[in-house]
Design a protein around this ligand. Structure first.
Ligand code: SF4
Length: 178
């Protein structure tokens, strides 16, 4: 199977790719993360993925769009539920790209994170699959999360401190400073 794998960041990709490759799935990475702010953080994460992809010979397609204005406008419409819109945005773009480029299915490394709304991710992936007309590859990678983070730290890969959007950065540090 030829799979287009949306990659949210290099550390989350480590074990997801390893697990997929072990099943003889041919993985191509896809970068599309307009949710990551500010720009220096966006660049750090993208550069880390570029370097890591080379080191493991992972083909990588890059949709280099820094979406601060578009994303924050969307998120401010419903801040509490912004993650659902964030999943929709990234998975839809990945599904469209996968279909255009002739992949068999699409998926996302977000499925490895215990910090994401896993069931919502699955529902969103399946809904988009029906909408765009390409299978969504679902696997619960969460049991591999700690191992992946440890491997990423050991390499070392750039490790981010918050999910991605400027609102998650505020949540991370405001809570910490209380
Ligand atoms: S917290 Fe993470 S998943 Fe939620 S909107 Fe922000 S970047 Fe997206």
């Amino acid at each position: 199977m030829k799979l287009l794998l949306h990659i949210c960041c290099a550390p989350c990709s480590v074990m997801a790719i390893q697990v997929l490759r072990a099943q003889a799935i041919e993985v191509t990475g896809y970068w599309y993360n307009p949710n990551i702010h500010p720009y220096t953080e966006y660049q750090n994460r993208l550069n880390a993925l570029k370097e890591y992809s080379k080191s493991i010979e992972l083909p990588l397609l890059i949709n280099d769009f820094y979406g601060l204005k578009m994303f924050t406008k969307m998120a401010l419409e419903d801040l509490e539920n912004r993650c659902l819109g964030c999943y929709e945005l990234r998975l839809k773009e990945t599904a469209i790209k996968a279909k255009e480029a002739g992949f068999d299915a699409f998926s996302t490394t977000l499925l490895i994170s215990p910090y994401q709304k896993h069931e919502q991710l699955k529902i969103t992936g399946e809904r988009i699959s029906n909408m765009i007309g390409i299978p969504f590859y679902y696997e619960d990678f969460r049991p591999y999360f700690r191992e992946g983070q440890a491997k990423a730290r050991a390499l070392p890969l750039y490790m981010q401190k918050y999910c991605g959007c400027i609102f998650s950065e505020e949540e991370r540090y405001l809570v910490k400073n209380k």
